[in-house]
Design a protein around this ligand. Structure first.
Ligand code: ATP
Ligand code: MG
Length: 181
């Protein structure tokens, strides 16, 4: 890297088994919109976003865009897609991220549940490295999901591990409106 080349935007990772990863990313989104930035959120596991955040995000349009990639939950419920179909969808999602970064139209790009797609074996380090390498100095990237791989943590600028201390689920309280969805 030459001296004249500016540093890329930050790579921010929210991981761990406690609640708050997507919530933290949404908080960054709100803050960014406050500065007039444009934000693109890509949801890597389809169906993981529920009513509250979907409706809330709509109110932040057109500054905020939400793109759903993927073909539903892998191997769960009514999943009738093959592994290859899921993999193809995840790769198409990354190709979309590449175009989004090249367009320079967004200052914040949130890749929600990307770590889950890696964990499921749908995407490799090489697939993702390409994306991370093309971000410019005006583009911050936020990645969420449990089990962030070590190689991602190594190159991230900010990593926060949400650690479960207590969660209502532990005492049988179901997910609830306005808190979980
Ligand atoms: P949130 O979207 O609430 O910030 P998250 O992104 O940290 O949560 P995910 O792993 O994406 O968590 O899980 C999504 C769903 O699972 C959310 O409805 C969330 O409330 C719930 N959840 C998250 N962490 C826990 C936990 N430790 N125990 C039980 N449910 C959880
Ligand atoms: Mg989440």
């Amino acid at each position: 890297m030459t001296d004249s080349k500016k540093s890329p935007g930050l790579l921010i990772v929210y991981t761990g088994n406690g609640k708050g990863k997507t919530t933290a990313a949404l908080g960054m989104c709100v803050r960014a919109v406050g500065w007039g930035w444009r934000v693109c959120i890509l949801q890597f596991i389809k169906g993981s976003w529920k009513y509250g955040e979907l409706e809330g995000i709509k109110r932040l349009a057109p500054e905020v865009e939400l793109h759903v990639v993927g073909q539903g939950f892998v191997g769960i419920g009514d999943d009738d897609k093959s592994f290859e179909e899921h993999q193809e969808a995840a790769r198409q999602g990354l190709a979309e991220v590449e175009q989004i970064l090249i367009s320079q139209a967004f200052q914040l790009v949130i890749l929600d549940e990307l770590n889950n797609a890696i964990q499921l074996g749908l995407l490799t380090r090489e697939d993702i490295q390409k994306i991370l390498d093309i971000r410019s100095e005006q583009q911050h990237i936020v990645i969420t999901g449990r089990d962030a791989p070590d190689w991602m943590i190594d190159q991230a600028d900010l990593v926060t591990e949400m650690k479960e201390i207590k969660h209502p689920f532990q005492k049988g309280v179901k997910a609830q409106k306005g808190v979980d969805w």
